[in-house]
Design a protein around this ligand. Structure first.
Ligand SMILES: N[C@@H](CCC(=O)N[C@@H](CS)C(=O)NCC(=O)O)C(=O)O
Length: 286
């Protein structure tokens, strides 16, 4: 095996896109160093808004970022495509070689992560981001006014800044939830129709399966995972079991879990106010 390039990952434990890149690294069996970041929606330190990070690592102030030797690679979807070209310990390709198959996969990847330019709530990935506000709001409200001021002054992304400020001063989580209903319901029904009884979305495990693994686990965190067990979604149900059984699920997601206490606070009695509405919409549509 060729020696692999040096990889350094800037990431955060409870970050959907960081989870995706970590799972990809473990799937490929690649060695990497990591720099855990304290993000501004949870920590006073707000390391993603530090001048040095904004200047030298990511001017948009988000994670993940991967350094491949001296090259800085940003955006989880692009990072995973780049990782796939590097030979790791495991013989696995996360992207197909043929153009047509690539195009099909690209659309699924686009829809299942936080893709730049996609309005919040329009795809499965951005709907998950909407529902994540259930926790983000609790975390932001615990910040000091000084930390909020740092966000106001430094956050390079206007829409994020607005979300964080709104959640600090008001409560928006239950009001914006419905913006994610349609995409979540439509995407799950479409996924159910595209899955087989065994294997993964396109047969062999690939990039879209990584994104779905992370979106589904976020549904567990948000107390929405009983949707994945609905009798109307039997293929998703067994697909989710297969995803959970992959070693990368534990290594890339569970081993970085540090939010249980905050989640208990965000969802007392494990209750998510959107759950039953989402279930009834799935029953109508499936
Ligand atoms: N399209 C980007 C989205 C990255 C992103 O939104 N990262 C979030 C965590 S999942 C973040 O860094 N949030 C901190 C902030 O916005 O201040 C990617 O896929 O990497």
């Amino acid at each position: 095996m060729m020696t692999q390039p040096k990889l350094v990952l800037y990431h955060a434990n409870w970050s959907l896109c960081s989870q995706m890149v970590r799972v990809a690294l473990y799937e490929k069996g690649l060695e990497f160093d990591h720099i855990p970041m304290k993000l501004c929606d949870q920590y006073e330190e707000a390391e993603n808004l530090d001048k040095d990070y904004l200047k030298n690592i990511n001017p948009t102030g988000v994670v993940p970022v991967l350094k491949i030797n001296d090259e800085i690679v940003r955006d989880s979807a692009y990072i995973i495509e780049r990782l796939d070209d590097i030979e790791g310990k495991n013989q696995i390709n996360l992207w197909p070689k043929e153009a047509q198959a690539k195009e099909e996969l690209r659309q699924w990847v686009y829809d299942t992560t936080i893709t730049e330019g996609v309005p919040l709530g329009k795809t499965l990935g951005t709907a998950i981001a909407i529902f994540s506000l259930g926790l983000v709001e609790i975390l932001v409200k615990e910040l000091s006014l000084k930390a909020i001021w740092k966000i106001i002054r430094r956050h390079p992304r206007r829409e994020r800044k607005m979300v964080f400020i709104s959640t600090y001063f008001f409560s928006i989580k239950n009001k914006v939830g419905p913006m994610g209903y349609k995409a979540l319901v439509d995407s799950l029904v479409e996924l159910e129709n595209n899955l087989d009884d065994e294997g993964y979305l396109f047969g062999d495990f690939n990039h879209a399966d990584i994104n779905l693994m992370c979106c589904f686990y976020r549904m567990v965190d948000l107390r929405l995972d009983s949707i994945l067990e609905m009798s109307e979604l039997p293929k998703i149900n067994s697909y989710w079991e297969r995803l959970k059984n992959r070693p990368s699920f534990k290594k890339g997601i569970l081993d970085f879990n540090d939010h249980e206490e905050s989640l208990k606070k965000a969802f007392p009695d494990d209750f998510n106010p959107h759950l039953e509405i989402l279930k009834s919409k799935i029953k109508e549509k499936a």
